[in-house]
Design a protein around this ligand. Structure first.
Ligand code: HEM
Length: 543
């Protein structure tokens, strides 16, 4: 043993020994061990290594036990991949090259329809099929929302989309009742949408069949519908401030998608040196500023609000309700901050989602000209060429509805929905879901399940028709989500999609520009699944 020890001693140079001694001194300093632990000068290196090994092993074991205890998986969580200490599954998520919803969907092959993992100590539970979503989102414990941490830096507060508990109940009830009171979703509202659609068609007609990127005009039209509801006004397609607001909104949706986790995990919001966090803060500030200016410009354009009058728009109704509650001394969650956020929520959710769906619709019509022709023939047969399509024509246009449904299924514009938060410990399918867990509904999985939609990647509107060509409502088409937090603009969005799409098909034929590549149906992956920028030509149809 001694000889082998000497052998080792001989083969190690003195600087190595110095380093070993230095490490030992350091360990002593750190552990506060007294001088009796000092190695006698005569001790040979083998013993030194022995010492280090035993102590390193002890230290390592203690460290491992502490880390294991801190980052242990609590019992009975839904199954899922284990991650790294501290970072959890973040490194694996960061390595994903393709769409994140598809990568999360792949986890279901191994772990089933309920998967959990953590990201920087934040537990995330992913729901991967329709039945589990239906069961989960019927529970009020799973119907909270996580805080958008970065917006809390720029303006503390919440609107209807991000509130939880009692504030959400009051904001949602107020929003739904007020929108209904303003006629939204009822046939009386049709006129507003048709008027805006005529402006959109005028804008498209100006291109005289030349190349057009439809993003801005479609967004402006859809946004004007929601702006007329909230602020009682519309904006010209050339209005530069409004153009900026739409640009900032698109950027915000793109960034939230790119750094979705960053938005919801508190620790990231504090890392303001990260470029994505910086950009998110900057975009949030710009959005708030422009929205604020637009909101308060109403007083110049329309005169001060008269609280005795019936409010003409959502903003007026909100201010009146706040004023009434204050006069009555009633406690309320309708505050200036929740008002500002609720306008932002309605404006953002009402613009981006519907206009993205319409852009997918145009792209599918250009990519499948035979389907476009069949839609146009159906509309001409029912509506004729002397007037524009109306809501009352809808029951006679099942194929048109089938096309819109198939676009919503395959376009999958909110593939991971909007995250929910667990507000109280609960159970789902026998698994423990702890308070604070983030709940993500993978709607992409529901819309591409081959047992429900054979050949799910094919665009086939016929899926929504029966043998007699009548429309079949499919329970598992859930673009607006399900449960207690289902989209509150669903009725408005359905009206807009139908009226704008049928009017465009009635007045134009869309095609790819001369010599362009065939349509690729490529997508950008933000929080919404939007088509990558594309160009088309709109040929006016002869009357
Ligand atoms: C095609 C268009 C639309 C789609 C696909 C869509 C989709 C969705 C989805 C998936 C959610 C989340 C549901 C959940 O949390 O489980 C949602 C929530 C919401 N949507 Fe929409 N939406 C659309 C249009 C609109 C419009 C036009 C408005 C404006 C009136 C709107 C306002 C909202 C609001 C305020 C929420 C939050 C509701 C809450 O948290 O209680 N959406 N939407």
């Amino acid at each position: 043993m001694t000889s082998s020890g000497s052998k080792v001693h001989n083969s190690v140079d003195s600087s190595m020994i110095n380093r070993v001694h230095f490490c030992l001194q350091l360990t002593r300093k750190v552990t506060g061990q007294n001088s009796s632990f000092l190695l006698p000068a005569s001790m040979d290196l083998y013993d030194v290594w022995n010492h280090i090994n035993v102590r390193t092993a002890l230290l390592g074991f203690t460290l491992f036990t502490i880390l294991f205890w801190v980052f242990r998986r609590p019992r009975n969580l839904p199954p899922g991949p284990r991650g790294w200490p501290l970072l959890g599954y973040l490194p694996q998520l960061a390595m994903i090259k393709g769409p994140i919803h598809e990568a999360l969907g792949d986890l279901s092959h191994r772990y089933g329809s309920l998967v959990s993992f953590s990201v920087a100590n934040q537990l995330i539970v992913v729901l991967q099929d329709y039945d589990v979503m239906k069961e989960a989102f019927a529970q009020h414990e799973l119907s909270g929302r996580p805080r958008l941490e970065i917006s809390q830096i720029t303006l503390p507060g919440y609107g209807v989309l991000s509130a939880s508990g009692e504030p959400w109940v009051e904001l949602r009830r107020f929003s739904v009742t007020t929108l209904r009171g303003l006629g939204v979703g009822k046939s009386s509202f049709e006129e507003h949408i048709t008027t805006e659609t005529k402006c959109l068609m005028e804008e498209i007609r100006k291109t005289k069949g030349e190349i057009l990127n439809p993003k801005h005009v479609v967004e402006n039209a859809v946004s004007n519908v929601i702006c007329s509801v909230i602020f009682g006004r519309r904006f010209e397609y050339t209005d530069t401030k409004f153009k900026r607001l739409l640009g900032v909104l698109s950027k915000m949706f793109e960034l939230i998608g790119a750094g979705g986790v960053v938005q919801f995990v508190p620790i990231f919001a504090k890392m303001q040196f990260l470029p994505i966090v910086k950009e998110l803060i900057h975009t949030n500030i710009s959005f708030d500023e422009i929205l604020y200016q637009l909101l308060y410009s109403r007083n110049v354009d329309q005169g001060e609000l008269d609280f005795n009058e019936d409010p003409r728009d959502f903003a007026g109704a909100f201010m009146k309700e706040m004023d009434d509650k204050e006069k009555q001394g009633v406690q309320t969650y309708l505050t200036p901050a929740s008002m500002h956020y609720t306008f932002g929520d309605l404006f953002g959710a009402g613009t981006e989602t519907t206009s993205t769906t319409l852009r997918w619709t145009l792209l599918f019509m250009v990519g499948y000209p035979e389907i476009q022709t069949r839609v146009q023939k159906d509309i001409d047969r029912v509506v004729g060429r002397n007037r524009l399509p109306r809501l009352s024509d809808k029951p006679e246009l099942p194929y048109v509805e089938a096309v819109i449904s198939e676009v919503q299924r395959l376009g999958n514009i909110a593939p991971l929905g909007v995250p929910h938060k667990c507000t109280e410990d609960t159970t789902l399918r026998g698994y423990h879901i702890p308070k604070g867990a983030l709940i993500v509904a993978n709607m992409w999985c529901v819309h591409s399940d081959p047992s429900e939609w054979p050949n799910p990647s094919e665009f086939r509107p016929e899926r929504f028709l029966d043998e007699d060509g009548k429309l079949v409502r499919r329970e598992k088409l859930i673009p607006f989500g399900i449960g207690r937090r289902v989209c509150l603009g669903e009725q408005l969005a359905r009206m807009e999609l139908y009226i704008i799409f049928t009017c465009l098909m009635h007045q134009f034929t869309f095609r790819t520009p001369e010599g362009a590549e065939p349509v690729a149906f490529k997508a950008c992956h933000g929080i919404t699944h939007a088509p990558a920028p594309f160009e088309i030509c709109a040929n006016p149809r002869d009357n």
